[in-house]
Ligand binder design. Structure first.
Ligand SMILES: Nc1nc2c(ncn2[C@@H]2O[C@H](COP(=O)(O)OP(=O)(O)OP(=O)(O)O)[C@@H](O)[C@H]2O)c(=O)[nH]1
Ligand SMILES: [Mg+2]
Length: 230
């Protein structure tokens, strides 16, 4: 399958149709595949079967974007990437053209939180677009405060990281970064993760469109000023 770029926008009767390639990233075993399966209604598996290279899924999400009062039908093309280090070379090919990413760490695994920054950098460096919307996902929240997993990452860290990134990105690029805790086992925030990312992808589109329109309006004004001053 071609992992290349794809994101298109066209109007339909029901709403504006968007095709959005996104990637699921994060360390091996953090629960990317489990979330993808839960989102598709394929249930939850206790055993760990690592992803080899990448898996693909596609599903449509309807989203109402209140700032622009527009309904969107977003066809997500989801690349669920292998997180184990041995797949790095092949994995890197799949970032290209992705307009969003769900960036996972496992709340019971502090190392997976520490590695998040590297995952996000790779995504932004290799997608061919630069800094585009991401959602930080703290996975396996059904294990929160479970004494069998004493070394947890508190929600505070996830929120703080998202807030810091938002401060850098919101004014320049028109989208925010959110933090969401999910459980694929108990189906907590599974659909919400895709909806929140959808919202920020649309905010980013609208922001760029507005910037393009503002630029062309100011260019037109400059030309008409020059003509009238002759
Ligand atoms: N308790 C609990 N376990 C989970 C949850 N999500 C995933 N797991 C378990 O975590 C393990 C790894 O899940 P995967 O979804 O395969 O992890 P992955 O991120 O796709 O891993 P790679 O494909 O190697 O990158 C499996 O044993 C899952 O059952 C969750 O929400 N709660
Ligand atoms: Mg996987």
């Amino acid at each position: 399958m071609n992992p290349g770029a794809t994101s298109r926008q066209k109007k339909s009767l029901s709403g504006t149709k968007i095709r959005a390639k996104i990637v699921l990233i994060g360390d091996g075993g953090v629960g990317k595949t489990a979330l993808r399966r839960a989102w598709l209604g394929e249930g939850f598996k206790t055993e760990y079967l690592m992803t080899i290279g990448a898996d693909f899924a596609s599903q449509e999400v309807t989203y109402y974007h209140s700032p622009t009062r527009t309904a969107y039908d977003i066809k997500f093309q989801v690349w669920d990437l292998a997180g184990q280090p041995r797949f790095k070379a092949v994995r890197d090919l799949y970032y290209r053209g992705a307009v969003g990413a769900l960036c996972f760490f496992d709340i019971t695994n502090q190392e997976s939180y520490m590695n998040l920054v590297e995952w996000i950098q790779s995504y932004w460096n290799l997608n061919g677009i630069g800094k585009s919307p991401i959602l930080i996902v703290g996975s396996k929240c059904d294990l929160r405060d479970n004494p069998a997993f004493p070394h947890q990452v508190s929600a505070h860290y996830g929120k703080e990281y998202a807030t810091e990134l938002s401060k850098l990105l919101k004014d320049k690029l028109g989208f925010s970064v959110h933090y969401l805790e999910t459980s694929s086992k108990e189906r907590i925030n599974v659909d919400k993760a895709f909806k929140v990312l959808a919202g920020e992808i649309i905010s980013s589109y609208s922001f760029q469109e507005k910037k393009r329109n503002d630029k062309s309006t100011s260019q037109k004004k400059m030309i008409s000023d020059q003509i009238s001053s002759r």
